[in-house]
Design a protein. Structure first.
Length: 476
């Protein structure tokens, strides 16, 4: 039965839809000013092509076939206008709230949010747009996170890496980033408590971008069930913390959860528990999925490129030379990791953890001579610029020097978005990647156990075998 739902049902949907295909194409051709492209098969769109070819090939083929500026497609059940290159990125970033508004696919909201919020706009979900969140994620506030990150990374390396000759980087990086997020956002440290959140959360992140068919045996069905468990667990945590705050059992060292419980809107109203849960889930997705992928691919390139590894090791050992054996990293130490961050940026360029982001047109507008109707969804993508030889010479070459000085041209390197809505977690990700890199390279050289391991694409690029590496400890 599970095999039927996983394989046969999507094919059946395609066959049933075949009779509507040409009618759909005829309707699309009627709007001569619409962006060129195709919406693919009814109901299914071009989801299968996207998965089979991977985002980089999918985007580049359509840029060549239809337009290097903007083309149309259909993904996740929505008609999309995909904006390409630096000009497309700039247009979408700079017109947010003017021509466009935030938007998430319905399937994604159904997996993540409480049912009563699924039909609302992203802005109605809660406080992610509120200024206090951006304040908490600014460098001044994040300075206090660095010792915690370093302490947890040291313990993680000691217990999960050092005892072994070979480890799998991807699952270990996911374990670390999720545990760190639980600690920093909600002060949850107990491994069993972390696991109660992590296990269902993995189901959510693994299935929320799959074919949105909510039937037993489908990945999306597992994502829906996992999301329900996560929300229930978060409600328990939030309710308990609110009670503690009301009884003034917690007054100092407030984490993100406590700040959310205490913040009020312009009318003096506190956020309710469901709204806080929605926002915590959004932060967990951002800090877990993309950051663990970033860490994984940084280590992948360090294992593949000995000359790059030597330069990173040299920089990190120079920092360690002036610190005591038990002295934790500081903000000043992080600022010295210039080459290491350039190296990480080049890893993010070649293997970006996030593919882009959606917006919704709130009015008709034109771009590059094409009309984008009100209600259409738009998508900007890293894959239209990161490996484009127009912006990066020899785009497949790993070269950290691209980020020296003023770095790449504006709107060409966009792993964190850009403009007024640049990801507020950019600095958090930078700190987490650099702290983890520091602790790994100071302890080991890395050698890939599977030199030509295949990379597959889900929401993010994923090493098919989890990136197993052999560890070569440094001589003491």
């Amino acid at each position: 039965m599970e095999a039927f739902f996983t394989y046969v049902l999507p094919i059946a949907v395609l066959l049933i839809s075949l009779s509507l295909f040409f009618l759909n194409r005829k309707r699309n051709s009627g709007g001569s000013k619409l962006p060129p492209g195709t919406s693919g098969w009814p109901m299914v769109g071009e989801n299968m092509e996207f998965v089979q070819s991977g985002p980089q090939k999918f985007i580049s083929e359509r840029m060549n076939k239809y337009s290097p500026e903007v083309f149309q497609t259909s993904l996740l059940g929505e008609r999309l206008a995909v904006f390409c290159g630096a000009p497309g990125n700039k247009f979408l970033f700079m017109n947010d709230s003017k021509l466009l508004t935030s938007w998430w696919p319905q399937s994604m909201k159904k997996a993540l949010l409480f049912p009563s919020y699924v039909d609302g706009s992203v802005k109605e979900v809660g406080a992610l747009q509120r200024s206090f969140l951006h304040e908490i994620l600014k460098p001044e506030a994040l300075k206090h996170y660095i010792p915690v990150m370093d302490s947890m990374a040291r313990e993680h390396v000691k217990t999960q890496w050092a005892p072994f000759k070979e480890v799998k980087v991807f699952p270990l990086s996911k374990n670390y980033t999720f545990a760190l997020a639980c600690k920093l956002f909600m002060s949850i440290e107990d491994p069993e408590h972390v696991k109660r959140l992590a296990d269902p959360f993995i189901l959510v992140t693994s299935g929320m971008f799959s074919v949105p068919i909510d039937l037993p045996g489908m990945a999306y069905n597992r994502a829906i069930k996992g999301g329900k468990i996560v929300r229930e667990e978060l409600l328990k945590i939030i309710t308990k913390r609110r009670k503690e705050l009301m009884e003034k059992k917690e007054t100092a060292n407030q984490d993100l959860l406590s700040r959310m419980l205490l913040v009020t809107d312009e009318n003096g109203q506190f956020m309710n528990e469901m709204e806080i849960s929605n926002n915590i889930i959004g932060l967990l997705v951002a800090s877990y999925e993309t950051t663990s992928t970033s860490v994984t691919f940084v280590l992948k390139y360090l294992a593949e490129l000995p000359h790059i590894y030597r330069e990173v090791l040299k920089e990190q050992m120079e920092i360690a030379k002036f610190k005591g054996p038990d002295e934790l990293l500081t903000w000043e130490d992080i600022q010295k990791m210039k080459y290491s961050w350039n190296m990480a940026c080049e890893a993010l360029r070649l293997s970006p953890p996030a593919q882009g982001a959606f917006r919704e047109a709130i009015t008709d507008f034109t771009y590059a001579g094409f009309t984008i109707p009100k209600g259409w969804k738009t998508f900007w993508t890293v894959h239209a610029s990161h490996k484009n030889p127009k912006y990066f010479a020899e785009p497949e070459k790993f070269d950290p020097s691209r980020f020296e000085g003023s770095g790449p041209a504006p709107f060409t390197f966009v792993p964190f978005g850009g403009g007024p809505r640049m990801c507020p977690g950019k600095e958090y990700a930078r700190l987490e990647v650099l702290v983890f890199m520091h602790n790994i390279v100071r302890n080991f050289r890395l050698e890939k156990a599977i030199p030509n391991e295949k990379i597959v694409f889900h929401a993010s690029p994923v090493p098919m075998n989890g990136l197993p590496v052999r560890l070569q400890p440094h001589e003491k």
